[in-house]
Ligand binder design. Structure first.
Ligand SMILES: O=C(O)[C@H](O)[C@@H](O)[C@H](O)[C@H](O)COP(=O)(O)O
Length: 326
C-alpha cells in the first residue's frame, strides 16, 4: 500500500472511531489496534490477540464481527444478536455440507436456553431448502428430566423453535427417555451413543476414545456453566462417563442429564453463543488475562483436544473485555 493510501485509511478509521462513541471498549480497542497497523503502535488488550478486522465501511459493522483470539479460541463479537444469528447459520450450514459429504452424517449437539432462538436463520431461506437435513443427527448436551411436553424440556424448546421447521428424519433426533430416573436416563443415553458408534453414525476421538461430535452448539449461563456442568460441582471432574446425571442442579429443574467434559472436549467444533449484558462479567473472567487454574469456571474448562472452539458474542456480552485506553 502506498503511503498516501496508508494515511487515508488511518484517517478514515480515526474518524470512524470518533463517530462511534457507543462502541464497547473491546470494539474500540480492536479498531484502534487495527489502525495502529498503519502507525506501528499496538493497542491490543492483554491476552486478546487481534486477528483480522474488517472496518472498511461503517455499515459493515452490522454483519461483520470483530475477531479476536485467546489461545486456540476464536471470539467473534457482533454488533447485535441478529448479525450473530446470520453468521451462526452460515457456519452450521458449511459444517453440515462438509461432514455430510465427507462421511455421510452430521452429528449436531444442542443445549437449551437462548441458543435455540439464535438458530432461527437455519429454518429460513436459503438454508431450509439447501441444507442436507437427511444427514443430520441431533443430540442434547444436557436435558432436564421432565416429560417431553413440559415447558422446562430442552427437547420441546428445540422442537418448537427449530426442529419442527426443518426436515430432519425423526429417527435421527435423539431425545432422552423421559420415563426413567435421571440416573437411568443418563445410562440409557450413553447406551444410545455407544450404539451409534457401532453403526458408524458417531465417531470416536482417536486420541481420547470419547465420542467426537461434529458440532456442539452451546450456550453459557451467567455463572459460567455450560451443559449442566455448574461451578464447583463434583461432576466437573468426571473423567470416565460419557453421560452423567445431576439431581441437585442449582439452576432448576434439579434433575438433569449432561455430557461430561471428556465428551465436550473431544468435539470437532464448538460454537458457544453468549449474548447480553448479563453475561459480560463472566465473559470478562473467561477471556481476561488473570485466569487462575485452581478457580476455573466450567466454560474455562472447555479445551478441545483437536477441534475449533468459536465464541459467538454480541457487543453487550463483550462489553467488559479488557480495554486499552483510547
Ligand atoms: O438446560 C439448560 O439449562 C441449558 O442447556 C443451559 O446449559 C443453557 O444453555 C445455559 O444456561 C445458557 O442459557 P441462556 O442462554 O438461556 O442463558
Amino acid at each position: 500500500m502506498c503511503s498516501s493510501a496508508i494515511s487515508l485509511a488511518s484517517t478514515a478509521l480515526s474518524s470512524q472511531l470518533r463517530r462511534s462513541p457507543s462502541l464497547p471498549p473491546i470494539l474500540r480497542s480492536a479498531l484502534k489496534a487495527q489502525s495502529s497497523i498503519y502507525t506501528g503502535r499496538c493497542f491490543a488488550p492483554r491476552s486478546i490477540t487481534c486477528r483480522r478486522i474488517d472496518h472498511r465501511r461503517r455499515s459493515a459493522m452490522a454483519s461483520t464481527p470483530i475477531k479476536v483470539s485467546k489461545g486456540n479460541q476464536e471470539v467473534l463479537i457482533f454488533e447485535n444478536e441478529e448479525a450473530l444469528s446470520v453468521s451462526l447459520a452460515k457456519l452450521t450450514a458449511e459444517l453440515s455440507e462438509k461432514y455430510a459429504s465427507d462421511r455421510g452424517a452430521f452429528t449436531v449437539v444442542l443445549s437449551g436456553g437462548s441458543l435455540i432462538k439464535s438458530l432461527r436463520k437455519l429454518s429460513e431461506s436459503p438454508y431450509v431448502d439447501s441444507v442436507n437435513w437427511a444427514k443430520w443427527h441431533v443430540f442434547w448436551v444436557d436435558e432436564r428430566v421432565v416429560p417431553k411436553d413440559h415447558p422446562d424440556c430442552n427437547y420441546k424448546l428445540a422442537y418448537d423453535g427449530f426442529l419442527s421447521k426443518v426436515p430432519i428424519p425423526p429417527g435421527q433426533v435423539y431425545a432422552i427417555n423421559d420415563s426413567l430416573s435421571a440416573e437411568g436416563a443418563a445410562d440409557d443415553y450413553e447406551t444410545c451413543l455407544k450404539h451409534l458408534v457401532n453403526t458408524g453414525v458417531l465417531k470416536l476421538s482417536t486420541t481420547t476414545g470419547f465420542p467426537k461430535f461434529d458440532l456442539m452448539l452451546l450456550g453459557m449461563g451467567p455463572d459460567g456453566h455450560i451443559a449442566s456442568l455448574f461451578p464447583g460441582h463434583p461432576l466437573l471432574n468426571e473423567k470416565q462417563r460419557w453421560v452423567t446425571h445431576i439431581t441437585n442442579s442449582p439452576k432448576p429443574p434439579p434433575e438433569r442429564i449432561t455430557f461430561t467434559f471428556p465428551v465436550i472436549n473431544a468435539s470437532a467444533n464448538i460454537a458457544l453463543v453468549v449474548t447480553g449484558a448479563g453475561k459480560a462479567s463472566v465473559v470478562q473472567k473467561a477471556l481476561g488475562s488473570d485466569n487462575n487454574s485452581s478457580d476455573l469456571l466450567p466454560v474455562e474448562m472447555v479445551s478441545l483436544d483437536e477441534g475449533e472452539f468459536t465464541w459467538f458474542t454480541d457487543k453487550d456480552a463483550a462489553s467488559k473485555l479488557p480495554n486499552a485506553s483510547l
